[in-house]
Design a protein around this ligand. Structure first.
Ligand SMILES: *[C@@H]1O[C@H](CO)[C@@H](O)[C@H](O)[C@H]1NC(C)=O
Ligand SMILES: *[C@@H]1O[C@H](CO)[C@@H](O)[C@H](O)[C@H]1NC(C)=O
Ligand SMILES: *[C@@H]1O[C@H](CO)[C@@H](O)[C@H](O)[C@H]1NC(C)=O
Length: 465
């Protein structure tokens, strides 16, 4: 009897020890998880109001991406979640494959998701309270298939008919009907199509196989101007003359800019498949094209895998939507909740042709978002690709002291914002100082090489942003 009692005591003792051990383990795991999550959520400085802080982020993504109901009640998030769930490899293993084989499948998903969300209780009440501009966006956000009204005569924009090699760069410049002077300034200066040499000490570099040069093509991306009397057939004549106008049949408004990306990718895929890189930017920037040529020549030496993901610009991380209604970028939180993904500022960004095609494919499963550069960032997250920051993209201009240095414009790839008159003057200035400044390094280059590479974060493809 005593032995039996003893035996049970021993069993009890072991059980208790085990329980205490398990409890301690649980506490440890919880603490670890909390630490990790806190780290993720505090990485990157949040942006408040207009003071956009731009720097290279270690990667921004929702801290609790496994939470299926994150930011559940905002209109855009709801809409996107219905689509993301369809491509969740665990919930619907067959859909990923189907979507790539069948474009109609994606389209019908978007339509289904839209009618589901719009018919939910409370959605219409919310919609009525949103600003007019957002309401207008929502009314038209399902449509993307706007036909082209004007197209370049060359296969892939204006450029040389007979090139000895594939174009290195396509300049795709967002413009509007009334910005004729901007387009003229770009055509005469940094946007010249044809052979462009890299920076050289003497005169123009020779064509074909020259170090640091390449063929450039050019296209302007336009919607339909609001003022009918301004348009007329002036744009048609301009298109005939220069062959670099790509205009679609939608109203050219700020919230319709995303359509220019989506439709451009589609056109690019059909017309420019050989082009190595794309510059996409505004018509009020100054670009140092020769410097870009030599920079891109260097990138071309990188492995295929790197080029597949290649995007460089002024990277903005952990930005949050503007919540004050006076802002041009105003997004109410009934429309979108959460922070924005890391993105490259829309003033000017360069990406590879390979990436352009992948962006085209992935955009079919991403609900349109009214702010174009943020939308591109959202596409990048789903491709598990990250834009690289480069200090030579000045989408917020020089500091005044820096601009006065004699070779300042040879240290940059892009600067925003410059009037057509300024662009012409700057181009002449850059040509004049070419011999003296041809080998100055790009701005912030050393820094970029040491710290500029954003750390890779692995994300599941179905992340709800
Ligand atoms: C997924 O596809 C496999 C074969 O391709 C099929 O056997 C299976 O029934 C499909 N599952 C669903 C949920 O449709
Ligand atoms: C593509 O998807 C649509 C909608 O799901 C379907 O009706 C159609 O039959 C599919 N086509 C092909 C070729 O699989
Ligand atoms: C976008 O373009 C369409 C087609 O022209 C137009 O009806 C709509 O109002 C525009 N959307 C916005 C938000 O301006």
């Amino acid at each position: 009897m005593a032995r039996c009692y003893c035996h049970w005591r021993r069993v009890l003792f072991y059980m208790c020890t085990l329980c205490i051990f398990l409890a301690l383990l649980l506490v440890y795991i919880t603490v670890m998880l909390c630490t990790v999550m806190n780290k993720t959520s505090t990485s990157g400085t949040p942006v408040h109001g207009l003071d956009a802080v731009h720097f290279v982020a270690p990667g921004s993504y929702p801290k609790t991406f496994w939470d299926l109901h994150l930011h559940g009640d905002a209109f855009w998030n709801r809409l996107q979640r219905t689509i993301d769930n369809h491509f969740n490899p665990i919930l619907c293993p067959n859909n990923t494959k189907r979507a790539f084989e069948n474009g109609t499948f994606n389209e019908s998903l978007l339509t289904q998701g839209f009618s589901k969300v719009i018919n939910l209780d409370g959605t219409s009440r919310n919609l009525d309270q949103m600003p007019k501009q957002i309401q207008d966006f929502i009314t038209h956000m399902q449509r993307r298939d706007y036909p082209a009204l004007l197209q370049p005569d060359g296969v892939c924009g204006a450029g040389r008919k007979e090139e000895k090699e594939a174009p290195l760069l396509l300049l795709a410049i967002k413009s509007t009907e009334q910005n004729f002077l901007n387009r003229q300034a770009v055509r005469q200066t940094w946007g010249q199509a044809g052979w462009v040499a890299g920076p050289k000490r003497t005169g123009n570099g020779g064509e074909g196989g020259g170090e640091g040069g390449g063929y450039v093509r050019r296209v302007f991306l336009l919607g339909k101007g609001s003022a009918e009397e301004l348009g007329g057939n002036a744009l048609q004549m301009e298109s005939k003359l220069y062959g670099d106008i790509l205009q679609w049949d939608f109203k050219d408004t700020f919230f319709n800019l995303t359509l220019k990306d989506v439709l451009f990718w589609s056109w690019f895929k059909d017309s420019c498949s050989r082009t190595h890189f794309v510059f996409k930017g505004d018509d009020d920037v100054f670009v140092n094209t020769p410097k870009i040529m030599s920079y891109l020549r260097d990138q071309l030496k990188k492995p295929h895998k790197t080029l597949r993901d290649f995007m460089v610009g002024d990277v903005i991380a952990a930005a949050v939507p503007h919540r004050f209604s006076e802002s041009k970028y105003f997004i109410p939180d009934s429309f979108y909740k959460g922070s924005y993904p890391m993105y490259a500022g829309g003033g000017g960004v360069v990406y590879s042709g390979l990436l352009a095609k992948r962006l085209h494919d992935i955009s079919k499963r991403l609900t349109l978002f009214p702010i174009d550069d943020v939308y591109v960032g959202m596409c990048m997250v789903r491709l598990n690709a990250h834009p690289v920051h480069h200090d030579a993209f000045l989408t917020f201009d020089f500091s005044s002291k820096e601009e006065e240095e004699p070779c300042s414009y040879h240290t940059i790839l892009l600067v925003h914002k410059r009037s057509p008159g300024e662009v012409v003057k700057l181009w002449a200035h850059v040509k004049k100082t070419q011999a003296r400044c041809w080998d100055v390094p790009l701005r912030g280059k050393q820094k970029e090489e040491q710290t500029g590479r954003p750390s890779k974060v692995s994300l599941s493809k179905d992340t709800t942003v």
